[in-house]
Design a protein around this ligand. Structure first.
Ligand code: SF4
Length: 262
């Protein structure tokens, strides 16, 4: 059972108004992931239009996967959602995904980067930005394709994490060939959905997990099987996520925004 709400949120590029179907019973935290991704995409669509109005169009296109060699961070609810999706696939596909993740892990272990990712993921305190930056650089230096990348196409496009949806650029695509050397011009991200969901998870479970690197996501979700079975009232989950979203947007708007209309 779901209840429909009309949401109005002010963002730096304008207001989004959206009808959202919120589950009203007890649900796992993963139930709000699609809702939050949709709000994030609607807010970013306004930024894309604003950019277009100023003469800068998005240069990202099908078949360009330069950014799929960067480290993708997931929130805990997203990692659980991804694990559920993988489990829903035919057996042969699950085996293929497992093989790809295993190959990535082998390469990361060989290069000494796996342990750095584990340390980031398991950090009990918010990781220092300089540490995150170093791990990002070490990972990107390998140019390791995402396990879900095949022939330069995302094989989980509709299920891809929020961080993948949020990286859009207006700079020439060639600039993305080496992101350590070339400047890029990203479209602003008004709602960082993985950050919002990560904070919701922390409040609900008191688990400090903030950032799960994609190559670790399925293993992390398996280790947290028990927590993934916990349920909360759908309306309360969505309210929490909306409240955190509004706080971010309010900061971006200089603290002058009113709480979201619902
Ligand atoms: S999930 Fe898809 S979009 Fe994201 S990095 Fe992997 S292949 Fe690229």
């Amino acid at each position: 059972m779901k209840e429909r709400f009309e949401i109005a949120l002010n963002t730096p590029a304008g207001q989004i108004t959206s009808a959202v179907d919120v589950p009203i019973g007890f649900v796992p935290v993963s139930a709000i992931v699609p809702l939050m991704r949709r709000l994030g995409e609607e807010a970013q669509a306004l930024e894309v239009m604003r950019s277009l109005d100023s003469g800068r169009s998005t240069s990202c296109h099908k078949g360009c996967a330069a950014c799929c060699r960067m480290l993708v961070p997931l929130s805990a609810p997203e990692a659980l959602t991804l694990r559920d999706w993988v489990r829903s696939r035919p057996e042969a596909e699950q085996e293929d995904i497992a093989r790809r993740f295993s190959e990535s892990k082998t390469r990361l272990l060989e290069q000494g980067v796996w342990q750095q990712l584990v340390s980031l993921c398991d950090a009990s305190l918010e990781p220092d930005e300089a540490v995150v930056e170093t791990v990002n650089r070490n990972y990107y230096a390998l140019r390791l394709p995402c396990p879900f990348l095949d022939a330069e196409m995302c094989t989980i496009y509709d299920e891809r994490p929020a961080a993948c949806r949020e990286l859009l650029v207006t700079s020439p695509p060639e600039q993305c060939a080496d992101l350590t050397k070339n400047p890029i011009d990203p479209i602003p991200v008004p709602i960082q959905v993985s950050t919002v969901l990560g904070l919701v998870w922390q409040d609900l479970t008191k688990d400090r997990t903030r950032l799960i690197p994609l190559p670790l996501a399925l293993e992390w979700a398996e280790r947290h099987e028990e927590q993934s079975r916990r349920t909360w009232k759908g309306g309360e989950l969505f309210d929490q996520a909306l409240d955190k979203t509004w706080r971010f947007l309010s900061q971006a708007l200089g603290g002058n925004d009113k709480s979201p209309a619902r």
